[in-house]
Design a protein around this ligand. Structure first.
Ligand code: ADP
Ligand code: MG
Length: 694
């Protein structure tokens, strides 16, 4: 019994195969998993609070005598029980109750209750408290804080508590191995693992509840550090296994490149040159490039991607470019066609919306190798797509794809039509700059390049926040801009995921604006339009035949219309800072001074205010990403909300960001041998999929 990592939960009393399946939903398969299933919070049932000392919003145990129990008819029927102790009286209120429950509250009986006091109509009340009848013998008063665990259907709090106690007893007999050499731990976190686990499952009375609630207790931090380390090690492992794979070397084809560059109306920025050289060096090697290209909106990533593509095509291989949306795929197709077709390169397109016949012919061109560059959405990686000597995959706006897709792609890329057992190189582009600490841990398997310079002549965007109560003034402003021959975007945001609801909201707004803004040519674009309709609208807007484009957030990424100099974003408080920055980047692409109006709904929360303020103050995507991390958490930045990717049991990337440098130091230490690394990864990542189902 000395290794709980190998002891199945069914070894515990009261756990059969059926219950084990329920526990599996909590990613608990072994007794060790159970020990790592930590409480969300704690209840202090170690002492009884006098009724007069209760505070609103605080959980407490009280004990007293029932003075009355009546059904009262207020706005909602409820059972009200008056409970009295030596210090005072309080009401217990039940909105749902049975006759038996009511009988339990006989006048004169003694009750012990646990619950949160809240302000009610008649002073403090306890809603639906847990109650226990006090007989001749007083009920046990626990000596430790009571843990509250994350649950799933079919498991009760009481049952998990019982199991945790059983697991702790086994811990005493040997149990869970210490995988981190003590000397590697920072002095403040030299907490033996077993002690940390014991403490967290049953903290002693008087433990610092506030500290535990915020997750910064040394026992919690000790575990968070280990978990972050395990994730980091697994990404390093991925990187290492990647370097054992072969890829086709793609040397520079100088004539082709010179031809390409000489046709551009501008020259590359210094940052574009530097980053292109980094990519060229990777591509010349015979192991797959895994590079993340970061650059603020408008920094010119597409051009860098085109240069990379030329290396694949110049070497006689195929290149795929994947975009997150159809609109963006379409725009890339147009850009790449305009740049590459004059060089005699053939560009194909694969999106979900192609007609059957078109699709067949594009698929045939891809399979025969007639198509040299293929642009598409994720439809690119469906099984019926057979590439012909695919050497490079370029992924745009990677935050929409997530780590999980990144892994999948690597596997699929290897499986589909590359020469022999070679794997294609990968270039991943993102306009959502990732703070350094996060990048180093969440993307430890990637190399990073940063375009930290915008093309010359860009005008800063003037951003203002205006309350929706002044909507009229904003409309006047749109009218004014249009009168001066400029174009504008009006972006509608909705919290709902549904494209049809979004489309509906945008349509309503477009109608409203059409009524208010005489003489302004308005068009509407949203995710529900057919691709050719979208294309028609976008082309008309680009050509200046439309003055005001009402859109959903589908225009967020990539769309490029230099004459558009005004953007209105409705309810910006609903979006993340990074997304807002992206949206705003649609204007300020030409030489005219541009403006962005954040038309917020009232009342605006304090955090909402702070976020809009941050957007007004900063024009640099990296600074905004740091603010976003501070105000909203890493989920927003890494796109985890959408894809549910990195799932930590204990660690919280935002709260524990300060542990990351430590994590990197430990990972680099020779004291951590292969076996320890393997075991750490297995402990934290084995039974739980690394990336939750998207
Ligand atoms: P992003 O990095 O947001 O994808 P794009 O690649 O769409 O940016 O580039 C934004 C605009 O800047 C495009 O119109 C592009 O043609 C232009 N551009 C790119 N590189 C340069 C450059 N070196 N000088 C001037 N304009 C450039
Ligand atoms: Mg782009």
């Amino acid at each position: 019994m000395n290794n709980l990592a190998e002891l199945p939960v069914t070894a515990l009393k009261g756990v059969g195969d059926k219950f084990a399946q329920v526990l599996a939903k909590l990613h608990i398969a072994t007794v060790q998993d159970l020990l790592f299933h930590l409480p969300l919070r704690y209840q202090d049932r170690t002492r009884i609070t006098p009724i007069a000392a209760l505070l609103p919003g605080v959980d407490a145990v009280i004990e007293g005598e029932v003075r009355a129990a009546d059904v009262v008819f207020g706005r909602r029927r409820s059972l009200m029980v008056r409970l009295q102790d030596g210090s005072g009286t309080i009401s217990l209120r039940y909105f749902h109750f049975t006759a038996a429950q009511k009988d339990r509250f006989a006048r004169g009986s003694r009750l012990r209750c646990y619950g949160e006091a809240r302000r009610g109509a008649a002073g403090l009340e306890l809603y639906h408290p847990e109650t226990e009848l006090v007989g001749a013998e007083a009920p046990d008063t626990p000596e430790t804080l009571t843990p509250v665990y994350p649950l799933t259907e079919g498991v009760s709090q009481a049952r998990l508590r019982g199991l945790a106690q059983q697991a702790l007893a086994l811990l005493d007999q040997g149990g869970v191995s210490e995988l981190l050499p003590t000397e590697l731990l920072p002095a403040s976190l030299r907490y033996p693992l077993k002690e940390a686990l014991r403490y967290l499952h049953s903290p002693p009375a008087g433990a610092d509840l506030a500290q535990l609630a915020t997750g910064v207790h040394p026992a919690q931090q000790r575990l968070a550090l280990e978990e972050l380390l395990a994730h980091h090690l697994s990404l390093l492992e991925l990187r290492r296994s990647n370097s054992a794979i072969s890829a086709p070397p793609l040397p520079v084809n100088e004539a082709l490149e010179r031809d390409f560059l000489s046709r551009l109306p501008f020259s590359l920025t210094g940052a574009q040159q530097r980053v292109s050289a980094e990519i060229a060096a990777d591509l010349a090697r015979s192991r797959p490039m895994m590079r993340l290209l970061q650059g603020d909106v408008g920094a010119g990533k597409t051009l860098v991607a085109a240069l990379a593509a030329l290396k694949g095509i110049g070497a006689g291989a195929q290149v795929a470019v994947m975009a997150p949306t159809e609109i963006l795929a379409e725009q890339h197709r147009r850009n790449f066609s305009a740049w590459l077709e004059p060089l005699g390169i053939s560009v194909a397109q694969l999106t979900g919306s192609l007609k059957a016949a078109e699709r067949r012919s594009e698929l045939a061109a891809v399979a025969s190798g007639a198509a040299q560059l293929i642009v598409g959405t994720h439809a690119l990686f469906q099984p019926e797509v057979a590439f012909h000597n695919l050497a490079l995959v370029i992924i745009d706006e990677q935050h929409r794809f997530g780590v999980r897709q990144r892994l999948e792609l690597r596997e699929k890329g290897a499986a589909t039509g590359t020469a022999g057992r070679l794997q294609p190189h990968q270039l991943i582009m993102t306009a959502t700059p990732i703070p350094r600490t996060l990048a180093m841990s969440a993307f430890a398997d990637l190399d990073c390049s940063v375009i930290d310079e915008l093309p010359p002549g860009r005008q800063p965007i003037n951003t203002v926040a205006i309350s929706n109560e002044r909507r009229d003034q904003v409309m006047e402003r749109v009218q004014g801009a249009v009168a001066e021959g400029r174009q504008a975007y009006w972006v509608c945001t909705l919290i709902e995921e549904s494209e049809s609801l979004q489309a509906q909201a945008a349509e309503t707004t477009a109608n409203e604006l059409a009524e208010m803004l005489q003489g302004v040519r308005i068009a509407l674009v949203h995710g529900r339009l057919k691709p050719d309709e979208k294309e028609r609208v976008m082309t008309a807007f680009k050509a200046g035949e439309v003055d005001l484009l009402v859109a959903t957030t589908v225009i967020e990424v990539g769309v490029d219309v230099p004459n558009a100099s005004l953007m209105i974003i409705e309810n910006p408080e609903r979006l993340g800072l990074a997304q807002l920055h992206q949206l705003r980047g649609r204007v300020g692409r030409g030489s005219i001074a541009s403006h962005c109006v954040l038309l917020y709904g009232t009342p605006l929360s304090q955090n909402g205010r702070a976020r809009l303020q941050a957007l007004r103050q900063h024009s640099d995507g990296f600074a905004i990403a740091e603010e976003d991390l501070r105000l909203r958490g890493p989920g927003e930045i890494l796109g985890t909300r959408q894809t549910g990717e990195i799932q930590h049991r204990i660690a919280d990337l935002q709260r524990d960001a300060q542990l990351l440098p430590q994590v990197q130091k430990i990972a680099a230490s020779p004291l951590l041998d292969e076996e320890l690394r393997r075991q750490l990864i297995a402990r934290w990542l084995q039974n739980k999929p690394r990336f939750a189902e998207a």
